[in-house]
Design a protein around this ligand. Sequence first.
Ligand code: MLT
Length: 244
Amino acid sequence: MKVFVYHTPELTPENSLPDCAVVIDVLRATTTIATALNAGAEAVQAFSNLNQLMEAAEAWLPEKRLRAGERGGAKVEGCDLGNSPLDCTPELVGGKRLFISTTNGTRALQRVEKAATVIAAAMVNRQAAVNYLLTTQPETVWFVGSGWEGSYSLEDTACAGAIAVSLIQQFKSSAATIAGNDEVIAAIALYSQWQDKLLEMFHHSSHGQRLLRLGGDEDLKYCATTDMLEVLPIQKEPGVLIKY
Ligand code: MLT
């Protein structure tokens, strides 16, 4: 297995795709997607474009759908929810399809939607992603961070490092053996430095600070919790993720 880290969707190669793409948006899209599926959502359908989200949701039974929209960290007017994982309770999302559009995470999903396999990972379901990779052993794996509007996000790269560290330990391998690019080594170093103080790191990160300004303290705490959910979101058709 060769693993590649791309800090943002824009940095992924244009003319190739991996056997498995692992999309990461720790704050907060992939955390929210994992939480919604864990809470019993039927599926999560991701859109980069809000109008397309509204159109697709319109064709769904109102009692079977929820529209989640986020821009700049805030809830989009006209949607039922924003992008807080804490809103995804079994009472609210159980049996429903979550139609979601976020500033960066859903764009990252769209960027790699043609890959043979697409899974969504965050700190909350890190081990579920590792288990999937250990079991299926894809030859090429891309960890795609969502970043923020084309620029780097600390928390996504740290999560890529967290998955890589666990893979190396469980494969009894080494960073040099699995790393397909230098970014993998850097992601491992970043995670190793901050693994016992991830929440502190999120408080330093630019999007963490944005969410704190919007009152997102509890979201940050939740998103920093490692290996809490066993659920793995996997793409069943372009843009549609279900529980693996
Ligand atoms: C994104 O897609 O950029 C994020 O998930 C933003 C957020 O925290 O809602």
